[in-house]
Design a protein around this ligand. Structure first.
Ligand code: ASP
Length: 338
């Protein structure tokens, strides 16, 4: 009998309403399982690993990503697939981080959660969880159909490092603006095989070191010199994601460009990510991005913000040189960039 490991981290899926305050708070996993007796109908053995204290995913931290990566690494040979129950708020960050931490993955790691707790009548939790298990256990000729880190939510399966939470209200909380969905669930599960990652056959390796010395500057008309100055003078800073306008455009004012040059001279990597969800950064397309190109700002092309942040953390945690990191930022490591 094949076996699936469910890792419960918390999130709305397992929350209950606090009687006094009315706020949703995390609950332990056994109560969650009771709400979903259908789980026993699977022909697979289902094992469960629960975080000791389930959390709202807004409290997720890189040390918990490491915990998840280590659980998967240690349990890898015993299970055909993994389902991570996780709050939707930071699910795309966790999925992106895991995609970089778990190198040479050949088994499914499917993250899911829900917009309504599993105990509520109109919950989306059951379908999400049951289909995620189905996907995590889908094999053909001994090979996993989805050998990558993915997010399943409301009938769509997304590449984890291409997905973003784009709606706080709809059941369809995620989108993947720059990459096709990997599968769609209707009466049957339809896999878009050509868009799914092909494993390289090497043994699983876990990358444990993440460097958190990064910052983000989200541009807006009226952003001040003082603000940019204070960011680039943060001690020990290794990289800044600059969230630019449109296809990677930024003010051409001299003080702005000079501060970026100062940062680059200090070996700080500047990564250009667009504030637009869809489309890509194209430095040099407009005059307002030509200077960025010239001074050595790195184009993040069509990466999501979540993929950019976690890819930087991962690459800065390796012993690669700054120029090697800049090169890798623009190339695909796990299908996160076109
Ligand atoms: N705040 C919740 C969380 O991310 C929202 C959710 O689960 O969807 O943990």
């Amino acid at each position: 009998m094949s076996s699936i490991l469910i890792i419960y981290t918390g999130g709305t899926i397992g929350m209950v309403r606090d009687e006094e305050s009315g706020a949703l708070k995390s609950f332990e996993f056994s109560s969650l399982l009771k709400e979903i007796p259908e789980i026993k109908k699977f022909a697979h053995q289902i094992d469960v690993h629960s975080f000791e204290t389930p959390i709202d995913s807004s409290n997720m931290q890189p040390h918990q990503w490491l915990n998840l990566a280590e659980i998967i690494y240690n349990e890898y040979d015993k299970h055909e697939g993994f389902v991570i129950l996780h709050g939707s708020d930071t699910m795309a960050y966790t999925a992106s981080a895991l995609s970089f931490m778990l190198e040479n993955l050949s088994k499914p790691v499917i993250l899911t959660g829900s917009q309504l707790p599993i105990g509520e009548v109109r919950t989306d939790a059951k379908e999400n969880l049951l289909t995620a298990i189905e996907i995590a256990s889908s094999y053909k000729n001994g090979k996993a159909l989805v050998p990558e880190v993915a997010i399943y939510f409301e009938y769509d399966l997304y590449r984890g490092n291409r997905a973003t939470k784009s709606n706080a209200e709809d059941f369809e909380a995620f989108s993947s603006p720059n990459y096709p969905v990997l599968a769609q669930a209707g009466v049957s599960l339809k896999y878009n095989t050509n868009d799914i990652y092909k494993p390289n056959g090497k043994p699983l390796k876990i990358n444990k070191f993440l460097n958190q010395n990064i910052a983000t500057i989200k541009l807006f008309p009226g952003i001040t010199e003082q603000f940019i100055f204070s960011i680039i003078h943060i001690p020990n800073l290794k990289a800044i994601v600059v969230e630019t306008f449109g296809s990677g455009n930024a003010p051409t004012e001299l003080w702005f460009i000079n501060l970026l040059v100062e940062a680059i001279k200090k070996d700080i990597i500047i990564l250009n990510i667009s504030q637009c969800e869809g489309g890509a950064v194209s430095q040099g397309k407009y005059e307002t991005s030509s200077a960025l190109n010239k001074i050595g700002v790195v184009s993040g092309k069509d990466m999501t913000y979540e993929a950019a942040i976690t890819k930087l953390m991962y690459l800065l945690g390796t012993d690669l040189s700054t120029s090697e990191i800049k090169e890798w930022l623009q190339k695909s490591l796990r299908g996160e960039i076109s």
